[in-house]
Ligand binder design. Structure first.
Ligand SMILES: O=P(O)(O)O[C@H]1O[C@H](CO)[C@@H](O)[C@H]1O
Length: 275
């Protein structure tokens, strides 16, 4: 296991800032870091033993900087199990963030909409998850310093943060839908029959990430919000074939709205923390 404490301490020392929040930016959503002020990049490849990011739309670097007045660190590019990483490596950033002293995490992703009330380009908050990948990042000896052996999973996101964001958006006349995200291993997209069965299981969105991260964040008691950009309707719902290029394109198309929602998520966080 990587010595997260050592890596975190030396990163904070070298950069000269201590982030309060970490953001994981999903496929095509890395553009948010353009809004960071006084930013510094650290490439994953500069960190000994750290996994490499291999997916288009995921640059493979941390950006440190001020975001909406909050010292922040963002991941431009996450690790997916289908890239060949060990499941524990997929969640290594979460433990690194924890060792930086960060207590708040904002996870984002691109997903396929299963719920037919969604439409491509819509942003939905993840309220619950289904671990259809059947891999658990907590497998193996438990790191007691991070959390208990058998973490409760009754609420994988911070309900107060979510409720406050929903209220904030509602005041502006926007509805924030909530849904259940199902994790498939990928990298192939799903077949129409798989999507029908996921709908039957209660899933609203499908994707190839996020669930391991939410399990690890829950393990180490980070308060987390997860926003999913429904970049396409899931396989078989519409006639179109799915492609990663289209996923990235849609994620880019909604950049203003996405940036606005993330900005408000940070605004309400400041209010919560000031209370
Ligand atoms: O979940 P993120 O990383 O946003 O990426 C999503 O987009 C890719 C497929 O187009 C998959 O990696 C899927 O999980």
């Amino acid at each position: 296991m990587l010595n997260y404490f050592q890596i975190a301490s030396s990163m904070i020392r070298d950069i000269g800032m201590k982030p309060k929040i970490a953001l994981i930016l999903g496929s095509g959503l890395g553009y948010l870091t353009c809004e960071f002020q006084n930013s510094t990049a650290v490439y994953y490849s500069q960190i000994p033993g750290f996994p490499a990011s291999t997916v288009q739309g995921h640059s493979g670097r941390f950006i440190f900087g001020n975001f909406h007045g909050i010292p922040s660190v963002a991941m431009e590019g996450r690790f997916h199990f289908y890239e060949g990483h060990e499941i524990r490596d997929v969640v290594s950033p979460i433990y690194l963030f924890k060792e930086m002293g960060i207590e708040r995490l904002l996870i984002t992703n691109a997903s396929g909409g299963i719920n037919k009330t969604y439409s491509p380009g819509e942003i939905v908050a993840i309220r619950d998850i289904i671990n259809l990948g059947f891999r658990n990042p907590l497998r193996g000896p438990n790191e007691e310093k991070f959390g208990v052996r058998f973490p409760d999973m009754s609420s994988v996101v911070d309900l107060e943060w979510l409720a406050r964001l929903r209220e904030r958006l509602c005041r502006d006349g926007h509805e924030l839908k909530e849904g259940t995200y199902i994790w498939t291993l990928g990298p192939s997209y799903e077949s129409p029959s798989e999507i029908k069965s996921f709908e039957f299981l209660g899933a609203d969105m499908v994707g190839m990430s996020t669930v391991p991260e939410l399990i690890a964040a829950n393990h180490c008691r980070m308060k987390t919000l997860a926003l999913s950009c429904v970049t396409n309707m899931a396989s078989g719902i519409l006639k179109e074939k799915l492609s990663h290029d289209d996923v990235v394109r849609t994620a880019n198309r909604i950049r203003h709205r996405f940036s606005d929602i993330v900005g408000k998520a940070l605004e309400v966080l400041k209010e919560i923390d000031d209370e």
